[in-house]
Design a protein around this ligand. Sequence first.
Ligand code: FES
Length: 173
Amino acid sequence: METLANIPVPGEVLDEIIEKQRGKPGMLLATLEEAQGKSQWKYLPGETLAEVSKKLNIPYTRVYSVATFYSYFNLKPQGEHVVVVCRGTACHTKGSKALLDEVADILGIEKDADGADSFYTTSDHLFTVKTVACFGQCAQSPVVEVDGVIHSNVNAQKLLKIMSRVKKKKPEK
Ligand code: FES
């Protein structure tokens, strides 16, 4: 596993985004959304948040609060495909820890001593794996989201099929 290089959204790209959004309602959210979409690894590095704060003349703490409040925004680089395993109580009871381990096995990732890895990206940048506290779909646990699509009652076999399927197609940009 590795951490992808920290690459801020280029200043001129941010300028274009901001010019398009300036004065519109929800300008900050829309700017952050578009900036994330333009970032190579679909995330908002600290430098980008600072630039947005400066260019929009909004305090950094507010920009940061918005970026951390919405789970849509990523503060760490994302691989081409993103697998999110729910680690809430209902999903845990139905075996989500085993599923998280299964994902690591499928991807050939060595788990750390206590198997607690909850965020990593494969060295080929193909998959990012992370966890979430609850998807709000506890009745269908265990729940796993792959590339934005929620899958319920997931078991190891189903997960393997889903991951093989997404691996074959390019993610939507
Ligand atoms: S605990 Fe997993 S969806 Fe709620």
